[in-house]
Design a protein around this ligand. Structure first.
Ligand code: NAP
Length: 247
């Protein structure tokens, strides 16, 4: 039996873990950073919390006799991706990286591109005043200086710590979201701009479609470069390769 460590925090990671854990060939450990109080979980062993950097992950791999790592973290979880690649190189542990394809900008639409949340805040500054800030609660401090802008925030859970934005409303909701609900939400709160990350996938795509339908500009915080090395953008082929290579 092979021991697999799955670095999770995405819907795809749950699917990979659930699929491989059903096989008698694998013992699967699903790993989460531990920031969400009620995360979606696969039916396998789960561990929570950081490893303690590259050295900590390296030690974890050796001490737990991990045969392979699957990195299926979010496309913006760059630190974890780099740590995983470096620690597996050092221990000569096979690694399989899954990266969800990004959303494509429609040819007849112009997104306002930002490389970072700070750049996105600069785009909003003085131009937009009713913003749906859906890029994740981790980014909101970059927008805190925009005291004349009102923000609609959405996350799976209400944050434990106070929100640093002067004017805002928080909605706790877990995707997937549909076009009608997203359109109604943006209309209800008179949104004049959507700020988002290019997460890809279908669960949160409707917000882009709704913004397009309503003529609301999109401020897109672009993806960081992918980690070096090979990666998979489809689950089926990746799971098939893992099964084959770890026989
Ligand atoms: P990050 O900046 O790349 O990671 C920061 C640190 O958090 C890592 O160095 C590691 O700590 C710990 N960590 C991250 N993912 C982990 C995992 N799956 N298991 C154990 N430790 C983990 O990542 P992040 O942006 O904080 O994202 C954290 C988690 O949330 C990821 O699992 C990601 O898939 C998920 N997520 C992120 C986003 C986003 O927009 N960034 C969106 C949705 C979900 P140590 O160095 O101590 O090992």
């Amino acid at each position: 039996m092979k021991r697999l460590l799955i670095l999770g925090g995405t819907a795809e990671a749950v699917r990979i873990a659930t699929d491989l854990a059903q096989s008698l060939d694998f013992e699967v450990v699903y790993s989460l950073a531990g920031r969400t109080r009620m995360p979606a979980l696969p039916e396998c062993a789960v561990r929570y919390g950081g490893f303690g950097g590259i050295a900590g992950l390296r030690q974890y791999l050796l001490e737990n006799h991990i045969d392979a790592v699957v990195d299926a973290t979010h496309p913006y979880a760059t630190q974890m991706a780099i740590h995983a690649r470096t620690a597996t190189d050092a221990t000569e542990t096979p690694i399989f990286k899954f990266l969800r394809p990004p959303w494509e900008e429609p040819t007849d639409e112009r997104w306002l591109h930002a490389a970072t949340p700070v750049e996105a805040a600069n785009i909003v500054d003085g131009k937009f005043f009713r913003v749906f800030l859906s890029s994740g609660l981790g980014d909101i401090t970059a927008f805190a200086y925009l005291t004349n802008t009102w923000f609609l925030l959405r996350s799976v859970e209400r944050p434990d710590t106070p929100i640093s934005l002067r004017q805002h409303h928080h909605v706790a909701a877990r995707g997937p979201f549909d076009l009608k609900a997203e359109t109604d939400l943006m209309r209800k709160w008179s949104i004049d701009a959507l700020v988002t990350k290019n997460s890809g996938g279908t669960a949160t795509l409707a917000k882009l479609r709704a913004a397009r339908a309503l003529g609301i500009p999109v401020v897109m915080i672009d993806r960081p470069p992918p980690p070096k090395g090979s990666l998979y953008t489809e689950l089926g082929p990746m799971i098939a390769v893992i099964r084959h290579r770890l026989r």
